[in-house]
Design a protein around this ligand. Structure first.
Ligand code: UT7
Length: 323
């Protein structure tokens, strides 16, 4: 008998305020046409004043619990991927735990920027396989609007706020690739690339800081590393490209998503794309895409999914799972 970490529920939340590309034209030397053609982004959501990352995460968590038909106390742990937690401490995850009224279990944050949700899935998988927890809420939630430099047109038009969540549950499997649940994990980081994507402030440097990015450089790394981590996760799962139903990529740039699919030899018909509506929501982008993909009727039980992401660090990775 093999234990698998199987998806039992999914949900998401997007803040009410939708900002179209054209809104940036009043304050920046940019255009809807430039943003669309270079990134595929058409609009994004921004959190309201006072609305924090844990607020968004709680809404997504409730939606995932409802979908799973579970109550907060049925959950053993919360793992929240974010780079924009409400406070330096406590973790946003413990705030979600309290807001849900969960009186047992344990909760913590994971920080791997845009790769955060892939890292969180990998972590939850390990927790379930080692018997530390049977049911885990895995959340990706961000308010990147709080770390934008609104005078920097090369970054501030690209990001958005939002949250998505999965409930993962231990289930018995046969140990082969026909099982539902997480089938393989592939993680990487390379800290030598710090300067191409970072925030120029933080607790230990005494400021909040703003996101800084050398877009072209990140783009170059993204296409190469995302295709190679997806390949290696598929290898570990004993699968080839023809067995993949959906790529659910980090939603940073439509051109990166297309180039990665092409490198993997997969059609865009097999890719869940939400970047046009959400922009880049960092660790929230994959669970948002999973939830929207299910809502649209794209992702169905039994489908083989490859999630892949890259972000600041650089940190990147992929997870293969059967939905
Ligand atoms: O989530 C973490 C991972 N992040 C990513 O994956 C992002 C990766 N990078 C990208 O998505 C793309 O590199 C960008 C969308 C950021 C930029 O696209 P690009 O095709 O690489 O453009 P570029 O940076 O080479 O800029 C081209 C031109 C520049 O002008 P010059 O130097 O050619 O005169 C920029 O100054 O476009 C200019 N530009 C803009 N023009 C209008 C940069 N931002 C803007 C803008 N509006 N918002």
């Amino acid at each position: 008998m093999t234990i698998r970490a199987v998806v039992r529920g999914v949900g998401h939340y997007l803040p009410e305020r939708v900002v179209a590309n054209s809104e940036f034209e009043a304050s920046l030397d940019t255009s809807d046409e430039w943003i669309r053609s270079r990134s595929g982004i058409e609009r994004r959501h921004f959190a309201a004043e006072g609305q924090t990352t844990s607020d968004l995460a709680v809404r997504a968590a409730r939606a995932a619990l409802d979908d799973a038909g579970l109550a907060p106390d049925d959950i053993d742990a919360i793992i929240l991927a974010t780079s924009t937690a409400d406070l330096t401490f406590p973790s946003a995850a413990t705030m979600v735990q309290a807001a849900l009224g969960m009186e047992r279990g344990f909760a913590y944050d994971i920080q791997a920027v845009c790769a955060g949700f892939v890292y969180a899935l990998a972590n939850a998988h390990g927790m379930i396989l080692s018997g530390q927890a049977r049911r885990i809420l895995v959340i990706g939630a961000e308010t990147f609007s709080r770390i934008m430099d609104w005078t920097d047109r090369s970054t501030c038009v690209l990001f958005g706020d939002g949250a998505g969540a999965l409930v993962l549950e231990a289930a018995e499997g046969s140990g082969d690739k026909s099982d539902r649940g997480i089938l393989s994990v592939d993680l990487h980081s390379d800290g030598r690339h710090r300067d191409i994507l970072y925030v120029d402030g933080g607790v230990s440097t005494n400021s909040t800081g703003h996101l800084r990015m050398q877009g072209k450089e990140v783009f170059r790394h993204a296409v190469e590393k995302l295709a190679s981590t997806a390949d290696s996760a598929l290898d570990k799962a004993g699968m080839d490209h023809s067995e993949v139903d959906w790529i659910v990529p980090h939603q940073a740039n439509l051109r990166i998503i297309k180039a990665t699919a092409q490198k993997l030899g997969l059609s865009m018909d097999n890719v869940v794309v939400t970047v046009q509506d959400h922009g880049n929501t960092s660790a929230a982008s994959i669970p948002l895409a999973l939830s929207v993909g299910v809502e649209r009727g794209q992702i169905r039980e039994g489908d083989v999914l490859v999630t892949e992401a890259i972000g600041g660090g650089l940190a990147w990775g992929a997870v293969v799972l059967r939905w």
